[in-house]
Design a protein around this ligand. Sequence first.
Ligand SMILES: Cc1cc2nc3c(=O)[nH]c(=O)nc-3n(C[C@H](O)[C@H](O)[C@H](O)COP(=O)(O)OP(=O)(O)OC[C@H]3O[C@@H](n4cnc5c(N)ncnc54)[C@H](O)[C@@H]3O)c2cc1C
Length: 388
Amino acid sequence: MPSFEYGADYADIREQVARICAEYPGSYWQALDDKAEYPHAFVDALTESGYLAALIPEAYGGAGLPIRAASVILETIHANGCSAAACHAQMYTMGTVLRHGSPEQKQKYLPAIASGELRLQAFGVTEPTTGSDTTQLKTRAVKQGDQYVVNGQKIWTSRAHQSDLMLLLARTTPVDQVTKRTQGLSTFLVDLREVRGKGCDIRSIDTMINHNTTEVFFDDMVIPADSLVGEEGSGFRNILSGMNAERVLIASEALGDGRYFLNKGVAYANERVVFGSPIGSNQGIAFPLAQAYTQLEAAELMIRKAAALYDAGEDCGEAANIAKYLASEAAWKAADETFQTYGGFAFAKEYQIERKWREVRLWRTAPISNNMVLNFVCQNVLGLPRSY
Ligand SMILES: Cc1cc2nc3c(=O)[nH]c(=O)nc-3n(C[C@H](O)[C@H](O)[C@H](O)COP(=O)(O)OP(=O)(O)OC[C@H]3O[C@@H](n4cnc5c(N)ncnc54)[C@H](O)[C@@H]3O)c2cc1C
């Protein structure tokens, strides 16, 4: 087992991020949720603060911080009742762009992303007919001279309407011409401003949470050949850098959500008096909250381990997957037990429980469903036979 440091705690970052979050109370998020609107003001404030550019190297105008710092930023946002879902892709797509992008691509895009002039918020991987079976995806990018022509469809491409750039995974070599299914895929940095309405059609999906997610249709979409990130055919490996970062960062958001719920649940269990005593004096209320706390603590340790391995450039796939699993389950436990603690009041929008409860459910399904995490552990860690 690789050794790892517990990780810096970044008390100053936590304090400053919490101060920004205080300007965006539950009523702000509730109003957006009611209208399914994007949190422009919150994202602008985060951009201006520089926290969204935490992972961009200083040479390109960012803060050049490690993923541990990004993890703290996202955890803090969620622990304070806000949501980074509108902009977190900017952080996790850096795993692919920084490690595999060319110096020209970094020079062209990173300073503008760091300043907020450009938004890289969309990550197009999932497809409607192949779902979790990523290597079977059908979107094709065919090289023609100094261009690629893209045909196919993505689903659940969140924030495609709000983003200027999209990191796209497409097949460049047909699956029957490669020896391994992970070969022949390529990553592209697509400038959505150039292709919207010109071979790229983006349609919103109405969902139970305010996530600004979309379907994206490619019909002979032409992109310049220099949109390719890394080498042609190595897209699956490139995107894994982003996916491991994504798992660590989403786990951090889930941890923050869990902390948010637990704080609310414990406060309410202390305040609410029924049958002459606080409801928290009943073990039927107290024990589930204590269980949620223990699960969150365990998840935090695994997040710190995954972040430490990622920052050290070591293989963090196992730790990142387990962190995502533990944090999403712990967050859901904290959310559902807090929901139960609030009794009927959990259903009233003004308490900010039902909206957050809907939101936190996502982490068990996306960015990777927890069953697929267990498949990863079965096959890659325990050495059990593949189920597919
Ligand atoms: C709100 C939202 C936002 C999203 N944002 C993005 C985004 O920005 N970019 C992007 O690319 N994707 C995004 N996704 C997609 C998300 O990553 C997928 O929904 C998720 O990976 C599951 O894929 P699927 O929905 O196709 O489910 P499927 O693959 O159809 O699976 C359905 C169920 O079957 C289970 N299952 C399937 N195969 C197996 C197996 N072999 N063993 C055990 N269980 C199995 C799954 O675990 C799941 O529970 C988003 C999804 C949502 C809901």
